[in-house]
Design a protein around this ligand. Structure first.
Ligand SMILES: NC(=O)c1ccc[n+]([C@@H]2O[C@H](COP(=O)([O-])OP(=O)(O)OC[C@H]3O[C@@H](n4cnc5c(N)ncnc54)[C@H](OP(=O)(O)O)[C@@H]3O)[C@@H](O)[C@H]2O)c1
Length: 293
């Protein structure tokens, strides 16, 4: 188990990507704090976690991520229930599609509040409660960004702006806290079959090509939370690039993927462009190779 006895809090874990991360972390032995605004969805997430691993602790509390006093109370609650936090995933998010001149100021502000202020509030409330005393086992702060950075999406102006903003947020905090034992990283998915992308049709089996199942995303978060990423910080994980790599791993003969060096040489020779994209994040590439075995 990669996360045995770690304490991980995931915002936006009532459904979609956050729920799948929560399940995957529990499978790896972590105790989980789950939160969103909708109690019924959190109850369902808790039940699914317990079906996967009845031995982990699951702490559940509703909060509006745009209300700082609620977020502060939320993290104090998780800290009391679970203890010091090893990892926090700022994943809650909202979107909306309008011609930009027709965006109401309220709707625009709401998306920015959830996606930007929500990330800041999550960090601010969690900071003192993170376990930061061990340079060999650093605390993790992970943001769910989006491939809307850097591929801007017309009519999703607030969403695009918010996802650019959180990359700036990461860059700033990674520099500011570089002498402390916290790693900051962002996962940037493209299209994922959730309510945010497909409304009530999410999970209906007709998502179409290029749309990922949220479950498939969890491996990126597990990597970032695991000991394999203890020295990985201020990275942007472009999911598309690594999914392309993962597909190649699956299709490669056993002989060419028997260890990282063999696979690296094979990839360099056969798909130089893919290799160039993932080269700097080879730790993650190696993790995916091991995961597939
Ligand atoms: N789906 C995609 O294609 C895609 C692609 C790239 C990035 N992402 C990112 O992935 C993250 C998760 O989104 P998802 O796709 O899993 O969407 P989702 O299924 O709609 O889940 C969003 C989660 O965030 C919570 N949330 C929203 N507003 C909140 C608020 N004010 N306070 C507290 N919690 C709030 C929601 O719960 P409540 O509404 O009950 O509060 C829900 O649990 C987001 O940051 C999103 O931008 C998604």
């Amino acid at each position: 188990m990669l996360l045995k006895d770690k304490n991980i809090v995931i915002t936006g874990s009532g459904r979609g990507i956050g729920r799948e991360i929560a399940k995957a972390c529990a499978k790896e032995g972590a105790n989980i704090g789950i939160t969103s605004r909708t109690f019924e969805e959190l109850k369902e997430t808790k039940e699914r976690i317990k079906n996967i691993n009845p031995d982990v602790k699951v702490s559940l509390k509703t909060a509006d991520i745009t209300n700082y006093s609620e977020v502060e109370e939320l993290f104090n609650y998780f800290h009391n229930e679970l203890g010091e936090l090893n990892g926090v995933i700022a994943n809650a998010g909202a979107s909306g599609r309008y011609d930009t001149h027709k965006f109401t100021p309220e709707k625009f502000a709401f998306i920015m509040d959830v996606n930007v202020d929500g990330v800041f509030y999550t960090f601010k409330a969690a900071y003192d409660l993170l376990k930061k005393d061990d340079k060999n086992d650093k605390a993790r702060f992970i943001i769910t960004g989006s491939a809307a950075y850097p591929n801007a999406m017309p009519r999703f102006t607030a969403y695009t702006a918010s996802k650019y903003a959180v990359v700036g947020f990461q860059r700033a905090v990674a520099l500011e806290y570089r002498r402390e034992n916290i790693n900051f990283n962002t996962v940037l998915p493209t299209m994922v079959d959730t309510q945010l992308l497909r409304g009530d049709k999410a999970g209906d089996g007709n998502a179409g090509p290029g749309i990922m199942d949220p479950e498939e995303l969890s491996k990126y978060y597990i990597f970032l939370l695991s000991e394999h990423a203890n020295r990985t910080s201020d990275e942007l994980i472009f999911v598309n690039e690594f999914e392309q790599l993962y597909d190649i791993i699956k299709e490669t003969s056993e002989e060419n993927k028997k260890d990282w060096d063999t696979f690296k040489n094979y990839l360099q020779e056969s798909q130089q462009n893919v290799y160039d994209n993932i080269r700097k994040q080879w730790k993650l590439a190696e993790f995916l190779l091991k995961l597939h075995k």
